[in-house]
Design a protein around this ligand. Structure first.
Ligand SMILES: Cc1ncc(COP(=O)(O)O)c(C=O)c1O
Length: 415
């Protein structure tokens, strides 16, 4: 078939005339293919999916009821634009009660998002000019950086390493990069490392931002999923509102990934700029969804229950992995267990197998054990185990964790 003229019209930012022609297979596609192949070979066996990055359960029934109720109101039917006051006010209450951030003005310092992913894709339009640098962490959630590059920006990656508790080393940035840097994007509790920030680190970030005229975007998608103590908000740091924004989401904290709702809060000028770009990008989330999300943010005990479930699963999974030779350590929050990838596995029932990358290990776990994980080879070699596997009740949950134990019991991983 002759090539369509459309091929030559595609923008350079997505590859221009080469778009769609690359033979490269990306990580998540490789995982999908390996899973498909393993299931085709063992159609009767159970694939245990520890690779999922979203909650395994539905939103709580009271939140679903609130949505049904709100969906029937005539006044909620139309374009929501930048939203009414319900979610903004609930967000301000939530930041105060749950995150220890009093005094957020719901009218000027909060705006809803159609999920944090959407907010991260909108914000670069408000901040990035061609030639600007954006400081991101690697491994990490790349959406802000992808859009920053669309606007002619450059991403400078700060590695997250165990030696620095998976916090970026802000002193490592070369002066010529720092000079051109405009934004620092951070995310704690972190995907994929599961690491949490500290008040001292956040204070360092505020000082760094002020000293270098940098905007801070704290992606707090997992902020409320903590296993002990209270969530740690960047906005609770003195001076944080002078330098940045925090992004909260109902997705993980309230099992509402598909609902697409969250909020952006913090610096008034940045909230306004976000609102202006957002207003030119979408027409707002359905008000019934915003109102149900507002209900959820007013019921943080829902998140506590969800976090309690993940915490219990995490305890058992850490034990199971350590028995097999891993060096797993329970994180303080999120649903991710990030463990160093082994260099080899010694097997009772076969020859020793060596691995060069975390991707090799992940492929081996799918093929040989029908256990799916996500590999990260960006800063060291790590596997991400997510405790969001589907289990209807506690006994099902115990059965799955015992099954993982059984599948790994003949092997000794080496590091
Ligand atoms: C770090 C991080 N930020 C943002 C998101 C997206 O969240 P939302 O569902 O609110 O768009 C995710 C989802 O996986 C994430 O891991």
């Amino acid at each position: 078939m002759p090539e369509s003229y459309i091929q030559n019209l595609l923008a350079e930012r997505i590859g221009g005339k080469h778009y769609g022609k690359s033979q490269a297979i990306y990580k998540f596609e490789k995982i999908k293919r390996a899973r498909r192949a393993a299931m085709a070979l063992h159609p009767l066996d159970e694939l245990i999916d520890l690779g999922v990055g979203e909650p395994d359960e539905m939103a709580f029934p009271e939140v679903v009821s609130k949505l049904c109720e709100e969906a029937q109101k005539t006044e909620n039917r139309g374009y929501a634009d930048n939203g009414d006051s319900a979610l903004k006010e609930a967000a301000a209450r939530y930041l105060d009660r749950v995150c220890g951030v009093p005094g957020i003005n719901p009218e000027t310092e909060v705006l809803h998002s159609i999920g944090s992913k959407a907010a991260l894709s909108i914000l670069p339009a408000a901040l990035v000019n061609p030639g600007d640098y954006v400081l991101m962490t690697t491994p990490g959630y790349p959406v802000f950086g992808t859009h920053a590059k669309y606007y002619g920006g450059t991403v400078y990656n700060l590695p997250l390493e165990a030696e620095n508790q998976f916090l970026p080393n802000l002193h490592s940035i070369p002066a010529q990069v720092l000079q051109k840097s405009k934004v620092l994007v951070i995310n704690y509790p972190n995907n994929p490392t599961g690491a949490s920030a500290t008040p001292e680190f956040f204070a360092e970030v505020v000082a760094f931002a002020k000293a270098n005229n940098i905007v801070v975007i704290h992606d707090a998608a997992y902020a409320a999923l903590v296993f002990e103590g209270k969530p740690l908000s960047f906005l609770a740091t003195p001076g944080a509102k002078d330098v940045g924004l925090e992004l909260h989401s109902a997705s993980k904290s309230f099992n509402m990934t598909g609902w697409r709702c969250g909020f952006v809060a913090g610096n008034e000028l940045l909230v306004k700029a976000y609102g202006d770009i957002k207003d030119n990008s979408d027409s707002g989330q359905f008000l019934a969804i915003q109102h149900a999300a507002a209900y959820a943010f007013d019921h943080p005990e829902i998140t506590e229950k969800i976090a309690g479930k993940y915490s219990g699963r995490m305890n058992t999974l850490v034990g199971v992995l350590n028995k097999a030779g891993f060096k797993a350590k329970k994180p303080k929050g999120s649903f991710f267990l990030y463990v160093e990838a082994p260099r080899a596995v010694a097997r009772k029932s076969g020859p020793r197998v060596e691995f060069k990358t975390a991707e090799d290990v992940s492929q081996w776990l799918i093929t040989e054990k029908l256990i799916s994980t996500v590999p990260w080879d960006d800063a060291g070699h790590y596997l991400r185990f997510s405790v969001t596997f589907v289990a209807k009740n506690l006994s099902e949950e115990s059965r799955i964790l015992a099954e993982i134990d059984k599948r790994l019991s003949d092997d000794r991983f080496q590091f």
